[in-house]
Ligand binder design. Structure first.
Ligand code: GAL
Length: 852
């Protein structure tokens, strides 16, 4: 007997309903993203999966969640997933599905920026280099081959996410997807191909039916229903291109990236908080920190050119995975304060009031009478006092106060209540691994060495008249390209008799060069993050007869953005010798012999089988200042479990590996000591990357992250390729450790406990007191008090000093409350500190303690 039709219909309806209930309904209106009928106020954190290792993902995502993030945002890195055409890779750091599932397991949302062009200071902006060589291809314009491959990859990713049920519409975490990246900024350069391409990209994306909205960042003409979003240091003044779209901030830059040879930029936490508070004050509903954890450009994935291997970005979580204090915690408190306003913010009506010059209040009131207000002082110098709803509020310059009930200030962006910390890189010598037979019984570290022959090794790749373009030749399979030629010097040359040296003059489009004559290194030169091109000029030693000129041209990261960036070249464009009888000898059109890459790279001596290559020669006294040298040592992991960096301060430039894993390019080149650097940064006023730099005259990057998960308990193979010549015995590991923590809290700081605000909101403000909260890293305790003062101390964490007003009992109070605890709160109560001290001054408690 068959099942009656009505029953069948019922069953199928039920199935449909069950299916639908698995997934969320994600839409939007003018105010926010709407998930299952509810408007959402979202804090999102960019963490790029290949910039850390899978072993770190859970911890990073959890730290972002604890910091108040609801969502994780990442680009998808096409050239990591399809390194050669048609060969896909989703393992290790590129395990996208695992990453998105880790986000899901943490109970967070995911924003997937498929691009597939991403910029991101990532080599070639994320597009595979092979696509440049598909005939007729021009990137990011109305070009058939490009569109074909872009669509193919986008669909590949969409289908992969669908298969794994990762879109919110399927019950997964992905609530938004992005197509392209900041194309609007470049449309004018792409002429008539621009608009059709942007429209095509949007349509192609929408036709994927992913069940969640698409976004395009910095794309003012993004067609409906695609939401155009803002990327900048400030986005409060941004408005989307339609009154039916919400105001989203996809890239809020809490710091900035670095280039080799430049200074170290810093963006103060107060200013990041100010920008975020202003954004929500002015109707924003999704703020994403780009980056929240920047991480590391392992394995020559750095863009630029000249982007450092570190992509720390001065983000709320540092490169090594530690929360950066006070940025992480100040923003955490900001997020809590904003979330306390969520209901009236999202569902209320807004009124904007001017409270005086550069003073602005935005008040949100909902139908239940709930009221939240943001009071802003956008003057970048003057602190001000304002009247708001019959109360008086002090507003420091360039700050926003948040009042979740329109009465009480729970947070002010300029008042950092949360602790700061001093993080050190504690050195540890490379120790020979006890377990390797070669090292057994030896105290000193044994090295194995292989010196490359300067110039053509093995068989030449090709010979050609004239100088060729570098990147088209190497296709980024290696950084290195040899240009070699020879010249004949007549024994009657004047300079030989006089003992003079002619000069070698080289012009290069970038990025770096080592010049060898008769196998001797004569000099090096490089461009930098602003000027990739450079000129080289150096006296050289020539002898009578045949002389071999071998020029090693190098790339240092690959261009990652700019109109038609895929065709910007590198390599030598002119080679001349001055000081010969015949005047200037121009070798540019001579017969040049080329070799791509190094012999060691070709042998793979940094990985797998190559570790045991017969080329290695053992020594306990490795050569120093020897150019083009490979070094290998078998070492133990550093003690403890702190994150590890390789200290390359005394090295020149090159590449490093541990157990075959590529740490990346090292290049501890110093920035100029003549540039502007600051001791302390004034957070007030508009930020730009050059505003608050440090590190003038110091290496831009001294330490290179070696993830703990790459270490084995013993027998770790460390391989270094040094180009210029240096002393490898000076290489050290360094462990990243929080050595001390600080708190500086003033009597006039909001003294509200954000966690318990909702239950205690009616408490008498007189009963609330500011408090210094201190918490050491897990498994450590407050071991000693380095500094404590109640009064008007000055300075910052690590360099506090007493002021004219000081309560002498401060140290003993802090010791009593905090010693031998992991965490403590020191309240600014009259029981702890004298009320009558220095009448008329607003006093503050400043503490620095050691964690052990
Ligand atoms: C943006 C771009 C990002 C990143 C950022 C700077 O313009 O969209 O991918 O490059 O600049 O860090």
């Amino acid at each position: 007997m068959g099942i009656p039709f009505t029953l069948l219909l019922l069953i199928s309806l039920l199935c449909l309903w069950v299916g639908a209930s698995d997934g969320a309904n994600v839409t939007y209106d003018h105010r926010s993203l709407i998930i299952d009928g509810q408007r959402k106020l979202l804090i999102s954190a960019s963490i790029h999966y290949p910039r850390s290792v899978p072993g770190m993902w859970r911890g990073l995502i959890q730290t972002a969640k604890e910091g108040g993030a609801d969502a994780i945002e990442s680009y998808v890195f096409w050239n990591g997933h399809e390194p050669t055409q048609g060969n896909y890779y989703f393992g290790g750091r590129y395990d996208l599905v695992k990453f998105v599932k880790t986000v899901q397991q943490a109970g967070m949302y995911m924003i997937l920026r498929i691009g597939p062009f991403v910029a991101a200071e990532w080599f070639y902006g994320g597009i595979p280099i092979w696509l440049h060589y598909v005939p007729g291809t021009v990137f990011r314009t109305d070009n058939e081959p490009f569109k074909y491959h872009m669509q193919k990859f986008t669909m590949f990713i969409v289908n992969l996410m669908k298969k794994e049920k990762l879109f919110a519409s399927q019950g997964g975490p992905i609530i938004l997807a992005q197509i392209e990246n900041e194309y609007g900024n470049y449309e004018f350069s792409y002429g008539s191909g621009a608009k059709p391409y942007a429209t095509w990209a949007a349509k192609m994306a929408v036709s994927q039916n992913i069940g969640v909205p698409w976004i395009m960042c910095q794309q003012p003409d993004a067609p409906d229903p695609v939401i155009n979003t803002c990327n900048s240091f400030y986005c409060d003044q941004f408005t989307p291109n339609s009154p039916s779209k919400p105001k989203f901030w996809t890239e809020n830059w809490p710091g900035w990236f670095k280039t080799f040879g430049s200074r170290d930029p810093h963006r103060p936490a107060e200013d990041v908080a100010f920008a975020v508070a202003r954004f929500f004050q002015k109707g924003g509903s999704l703020n994403n920190y780009y980056m929240y954890h920047g991480g590391t450009n392992f394995d020559r994935t750095n863009g630029g050119p000249f982007i450092t291997t570190s992509y720390d970005y001065e983000a709320p979580i540092d490169e090594y995975g530690l929360p950066r204090l006070p940025k992480w915690s100040h923003l955490k408190e900001l997020h809590q304060a904003i979330k306390l306003c969520e209901k009236p913010l999202l569902d209320g009506e807004t009124t904007n009031l001017s409270l005086g010059p550069s003073l602005e209040a935005d008040v949100y009131t909902d139908s239940s009478g709930a009221c939240a207000a943001f009071l802003a002082n956008i003057d970048d110098k003057k602190d001000k006092t304002v009247e708001f709803q019959n109360r008086t509020y002090a507003l420091p310059a360039w700050s926003v106060s948040i009042l979740p009930d329109c009465k009480n200030v729970v947070f002010n962006t300029a008042k950092i209540q949360s602790q700061s910390s001093i993080v050190e890189m504690v050195p540890e010598a490379l120790l020979p691994s006890a377990s390797t037979s070669e090292n057994e019984g030896l105290k000193a570290l044994k090295w194995e060495v292989f010196v490359e022959k300067p110039g053509i090794w093995g068989k030449a790749d090709f010979v050609k008249n004239g100088l060729i373009e570098h990147i088209n030749t190497t296709k980024y399979t290696t950084d290195y390209l040899w240009y070699t030629t020879s010249i004949f010097v007549d024994e009657n040359e004047e300079f030989l008799k006089k003992g003079d040296q002619p000069t070698l003059l080289v012009e290069s489009k970038g990025h770096a060069l080592h010049a060898f004559v008769n196998r001797q290194l004569e000099g090096s030169a490089s461009g930098n993050g602003l000027n990739f091109a450079f000129n080289f000029s150096s006296p050289i030693s020539l002898k009578a007869g045949e002389n071999e000129i071998a020029l090693l041209s190098m790339t240092v990261g690959l261009q990652n953005a700019g109109a038609f960036y895929e065709s910007w070249g590198a390599g030598l464009t002119s080679v001349k010798i001055k000081g010969l009888k015949a005047g200037i000898l121009d070798l540019s059109a001579s017969n040049w012999t080329y070799k791509i890459g190094l012999e060691g790279e070709n042998l793979g001596i940094y990985k797998g089988q190559g570790f045991n290559s017969p080329k290695w020669v053992s020594t306990s006294d490795p050569p120093k200042d020897q150019p083009l040298t490979w070094y290998k040592a078998v070492v133990d992991p550093p003690s403890g479990d702190e994150p590890v960096g390789l200290d390359m301060l005394h090295m020149g430039k090159g590449l490093a590996w541990l157990n075959g894993e590529s740490i990346g390019i090292y290049f501890p080149v110093k920035s100029s000591e003549h540039e502007d650097c600051v001791k302390e940064c004034d957070y007030r006023g508009k930020f730009s990357p050059n505003k608050c730099s440090t590190g003038c005259g110091e290496p831009t990057q001294r330490w290179y992250h070696v993830p703990r998960s790459w270490f084995k308990p013993s027998g770790n193979v460390l391989v270094i390729f040094e180009e210029k010549g240096a002393d490898p015995t000076k290489i050290k590991f360094s462990k990243r450790k929080t050595s001390s923590i600080c708190s500086a809290v003033s009597e006039d700081y909001p003294s509200i406990d954000l966690e318990s605000w909702n239950t205690n909101r009616d408490e008498d403000p007189k009963d609330r007191r500011a408090k210094a909260h201190l918490k050491c890293p897990e498994h450590t305790k407050i071991h000693g008090v380095n500094f404590a003062s109640f009064g008007n101390p000055t300075g910052s964490c690590g360099s506090f000093s007493l002021g004219s007003c000081h309560d002498p009992t401060a140290t003993s109070v802090v010791e009593k409350v905090c010693l031998n605890r992991n965490e403590c709160n020191v309240e600014l109560t009259p029981e702890h500190f004298s009320k009558d001290l220095c009448p008329g001054t607003t006093k503050k408690l400043t503490v620095e303690v050691v964690c052990r």
